[in-house]
Design a protein. Structure first.
Length: 366
């Protein structure tokens, strides 16, 4: 055999497939949390605090609260943990990288904290920062392993579909033809030009030469290969990531089937645990122990609460059966309790009166 080139196309690693699946799901959660309102309360009533502006309006000089909390959630879910340090001006800064030194009976220390290329010279104790771990090793393992197989499969489908209906040919050289080095280089150059012509052009003409035969062939029936395969693969990969993070796939794909049920599951099993983590950490780091014991709290509203208009009938039943006072219902809906003392009383309607001693119907008196 002559030492002539044989052409083939390598399968590329398309990193954007991984990035698309991650950002679709992680940013979906991030946008949800960014809608939250952080309230400082005492005994259930909202009180003013110096942290209100920082948490709800401007955590630092470069970010709004919505942008900050979206980046916060992205870092938490993607890296499995997030570290926020405070500057002398009480700005909240999300660390890009850091080293954690763990101790058994003393607070952990964070060293080499980097934010936007700036390295803090000081070390931070655990009680001086906000640090949350996601503790989802399955998500991390999935990112490290499964994506490799999916990107290879995705790339293979793209490559094969790119060459569907492309002209293919066999180039034959007379075996009795004597080829010296100069002739072989010319022939190789001719093959290269022919390959590039068919690879980059929709139509090309190849001249016939003595001792060199060119024959077109077909690649068989490729009608079963469709671009829909790529969409199905991307959707399948995104669904895997969504399931790990607790997002119903009907929401992440924008499907309206069982939307209300999926939304309730999303809030209950995905958003509420994240809110609880953030709420607990903020209470531990921003409120002193004595103040906490006296009823001060940081609570997150605006995401997990139900629409009171949708629950009007249920609210009426809860109040009328003496299960809750009207103010207790207001608190559960994310509203502040009213100052009207009547809303702190239990109400018992006639429909919920006791049965008589004989187990008959309701009493006649109101």
């Amino acid at each position: 055999m002559w030492d002539l080139g044989v052409f083939g196309i390598d399968v590329e690693q398309r990193a954007y497939l991984k990035k698309t699946a991650i950002e679709t799901c992680v940013n979906f959660i991030g946008r949800t949390i960014s809608l939250s309102e952080f309230r400082f309360t005492k005994d259930g009533r909202k009180v003013k605090s110096e942290w209100d502006y920082i948490l709800n309006v401007r955590p630092n000089t470069d970010q709004s609260a919505a942008d900050f909390w979206q980046d916060f959630i992205y870092k938490l879910l993607h890296d499995n943990e997030v570290l926020v340090v405070f500057t002398d001006n009480n700005d909240f800064l999300i660390a890009d990288s850091f080293d954690r030194v763990e101790y058994a009976i003393y607070p952990d220390i964070f060293k080499n904290v980097m934010v936007k290329g700036y390295e803090f010279k000081k070390s931070f104790n655990m009680d001086e920062v906000i640090h949350i771990s996601y503790n989802n090793e399955k998500f991390t393992r999935f990112l490290d392993g499964m994506f490799k197989d999916y990107t290879e499969l995705f790339s293979r489908i793209i490559e094969t579909n790119m060459y569907v209906n492309q002209i293919r040919a066999i180039a034959g050289v007379d075996g009795n033809t004597s080829l010296d080095e100069k002739k072989r280089e010319k022939l190789q150059g001719f093959i290269d030009r022919m390959f590039n012509a068919f690879r980059n052009k929709a139509f090309a003409i190849v001249p016939q030469t003595n001792g060199f035969n060119y024959e077109e062939i077909t690649s068989g029936n490729n009608s079963s290969r469709h671009v829909e395969e790529l969409d199905k693969l991307k959707k399948d990969l995104t669904s895997h990531v969504a399931n790990i993070l607790g997002i119903p796939i009907t929401l992440i794909h924008g499907e309206m089937a069982e939307y209300e049920t999926a939304l309730k599951a999303y809030i209950k099993f995905c958003i509420k645990p994240l809110i609880k983590k953030i709420q607990d950490e903020l209470n531990a780091k921003l409120i002193e122990k004595d103040d906490y014991m006296n009823g001060e709290r940081i609570k997150i509203f605006g995401v997990a609460e139900m629409d009171p208009l949708e629950l009007a009938n249920a609210i009426d039943k809860l109040v009328a059966s003496m299960v809750y006072t009207p103010n207790e219902v207001r608190i559960k809906l994310g509203d502040e309790p009213s100052t009207d003392e009547r809303l702190n009383k239990h109400y018992y309607t006639k429909n919920y009166q006791e049965l008589d001693s004989e187990g008959g119907g309701e009493k006649d008196e109101a």
